[in-house]
Structure formats: structure tokens, C-alpha cells
Design a protein. Sequence first.
Length: 231
Amino acid sequence: MQCLYCFTPIITSVTWSNVFYPSSFQHFCSNCLEQLSMIEKPICPRCGRPSNNLCIDCHRWEERPDYANVLKMNRSIFSYSNFVQELITQWKYQGDYELIKGFAPFIRKAFSANFGQLAKSLTIIPIPLTHMRAYERAFNQAQAIAQIIANAYKIPIIDALKRNEEITEKQSKKSRYERLETKNPFFLSQKLHTNVLIVDDIYTTGMTIHHAAKQLKKAGSPSIYSFTLAR
């Protein structure tokens, strides 16, 4: 096998424990695996970033009456290091869809650890793309992550969240202040009265997730969680 990112040959020693069941983490070489900066405890109880207590960002969200308590908690797998950024960029913007195979075991493990006991009560809602973004990328990265969770835990995915096509500017091109002042681009095509797991690739300021959570909360979803690859 070759590493999905750097194409280095992956050589593993064969033992009785893996001869019939090869490791699911073999899609990345040891060098790439070492550069994947996993988020470890202690973490902010709300957004999941490394922190001993509720972080400054989450305190700020609680100070905004229109967004306070709309999101119960977010959990992410990786810190958004330079390497993780490069990896996601190659997957998301350069169309290297096969990288999802490398992310998959991390997604399943992190979901199980953080949401396993809630799984049966959840409906998954991936963050949608505009038609233009979907055409450019050929796939929705949030949908790809959501599908791995849905397949592993038999949880329904409902594309109830829609995006206003007129609000198309990329969040990555905006400053922090501009992101936080962005108009809510989402609306619902149907109401949900179940607990919801919003899925996206990156949690940066949390604006996208909070926009989505706000619409879901107003429509009657009792508890709203989110899950992303990176934070």
C-alpha cells in the first residue's frame, strides 16, 4: 500500500493479530500519522478546543443572546495545524476524494468516544454547499464525513438544511470579525424534532455551526451537537 497523501510505500510487520485483519489506519504512512495533531484533553466543554475551562470564544457566544445555548457541544478530531490544513486543502479543494479513507477510522473512533451513547437519538445534518461550490468541488466534504458516521451507526442523514445561494463568499477569505458578522446563510426545508448532529469539516470561529444550530433550535430541535474533522 501507499500513503494516500505522500504516496510513500507503507510497510508493516505481519503478526498474528493483523494477518487476517489489517490495521484500518494503514492509509497514511507513519510520518504522516505522526503529523496528525490529535486534540487531547483537557478541552473546552463546549467547543472541544484544548482548554482547561470554557474558552474565551465560548464565553463570547454565551454573551450573544441570539446564539447563547443553541449549540450543546462540538467535538473535533484534529487541531488545525499546518499539516492538517494542507491535508484538508488537498481533499477539499484539489478533489483528492480518496483521502476520506484515511480520515474514516479517526472519524469512527472519535464519534464513538464522544457521541456513541447518544447515537440512537441523533439525526445527522451535514452543512450544505451552494450549487456553485458543489459543482466546483464535485463533492460535499461534510456529506462525506456524515456518511461514514451514518454507515457505521445506522443513523439517518437528512438534508434539511439549505443554503441561501446569494450568500456565497467563502468564510476562509474573511477576517475573524467579518465571519462573526456574516448574515445567516441557512434555512430549513423541513422541521426536525429530534436531537441533531451538525457535521462539517472545520470549526474555526464557530460561526457556520452556530448559524445552522440557531435555525434548527428555532424549528424545534431539542439538543444540537456538532462534529468536525478539525478545530
